[in-house]
Design a protein around this ligand. Structure first.
Ligand code: PSU
Ligand code: MN
Length: 319
């Protein structure tokens, strides 16, 4: 019999110690490093995220794949190697591509879905990302899309439905069909909670124009509802959405203009599949002359801080 997930896991010593002692740990994903941001901003944000988790009193566990192993907690030189790997040499591993990534000798970065699989198997309960994947515009062939359904729905959504963790993000990525993504999460039993505002955070922007399904006042209240949800044993994750810090946010109209242009260009150029999200993020960065990268990096580090605080709260209050 081939090795199970547990056999594939390699926990960093610091992560293993913290989990054994019941201390807070936060998983961090790596696709945003390899496919979401350019070098050197990607390694800077990865390090800043780890620092933010530590400052909140938790241990960071950045997840990635190398040589057939699911690494939970990366050494500093590994983080640098992953971030600085030649373009095109790092695979993007999600649930459907996890086995292929593990069969390979090289690096693979883990998306939200693959990170959740590894983190949950390791016993980590809290995870921070930038923005979750979701239902792409035109996935259902609705107006604004090409007319033909692409059915491009991120495996992140199915993972959130089936893996119990507290996941912190700055909202679904704004390149998506956000209202349809919320409907999908509702159907699949994933609570979506905005922290400190009535509107769902809009990823690059603080606002999205869409009411959040649920709002809590602050991070402590977010940790309480997360503990309650996870304690019920329903099997699904809870999605906690923290708005991008105000000083790095993109004005909503600037973000919308760039996103709409990028999506139109992607359709015209037939960019699709796993390449679509990285392509759109990079094109939005060009169109905003880097302002979207400032927003994206700031929101990722902020999510890591919030996740650290939530993890600390969970270990203090939920055995
Ligand atoms: N958040 C970011 N940048 C990213 C991602 C999240 O700020 O690049 C990544 C995550 O790994 C997420 C993935 O799981 O984008 C979604 O890809 P897709 O739409 O192909 O499922
Ligand atoms: Mn997809």
């Amino acid at each position: 019999m081939a090795a199970s997930i547990a056999d594939r896991l390699v926990l960093a010593a610091e992560v293993a110690d913290a989990l054994r002692d019941g201390r807070p740990v936060v998983a961090l994903e790596s696709t945003l490093i390899s496919h979401g941001l350019p070098y050197p901003q990607n390694v800077e944000v990865a390090r800043a995220s780890e620092d933010a988790v530590r400052a909140a009193g938790a241990v960071p566990a950045t997840v990635a794949i190398r040589g057939g192993r699911l690494l939970v907690g990366l050494a500093s030189e590994d983080l640098e190697a992953l971030a600085n790997a030649p373009v095109g040499t790092v695979r993007k591993a999600a649930r459907p591509t996890l086995a292929a990534a593990l069969a390979d000798e090289g690096w693979a970065a883990t998306t939200v879905s693959a990170t959740m699989i590894a983190a949950h198997a390791a016993g980590v309960r809290v995870f921070a990302t930038g923005g979750i994947g979701g239902v792409h515009r035109g996935a259902l062939g609705i107006p604004g899309g090409s007319g033909t359904p692409t059915l491009d729905v991120s495996s992140d959504l199915e993972e959130l439905a089936r893996t119990p963790m507290a996941v912190v993000c700055a909202g679904p990525k704004a390149i998506l069909d956000v209202p349809v993504t919320l409907e999908y999460l509702e159907t699949r039993g994933v609570p979506v909670v905005a922290i400190g505002q009535a509107e769902l955070p809009g990823f690059y922007a603080r606002s999205s124009g869409i009411a959040a399904p649920m709002t809590v006042e602050d991070v402590a209240a977010a940790a309480e509802i997360a503990a309650l949800h996870l304690g019920l044993g329903l099997g699904s994750a809870i999605l906690l959405c923290a708005p991008v810090p105000a000083d790095a946010a993109l004005p909503e109209d600037v973000a919308r203009g760039a996103i709409e242009q990028a999506i139109a260009e992607a359709e015209a150029g037939a960019v699709r599949g796993p390449a679509l999200t990285p392509w759109l993020l990079s094109r939005v960065a060009d169109l905003t002359e880097g302002a979207s990268i400032r927003a994206n990096t700031a929101l990722i580090v902020n999510d890591a801080r919030v996740a650290g605080e939530i993890a600390a709260h969970l270990t203090a209050h939920v055995p």
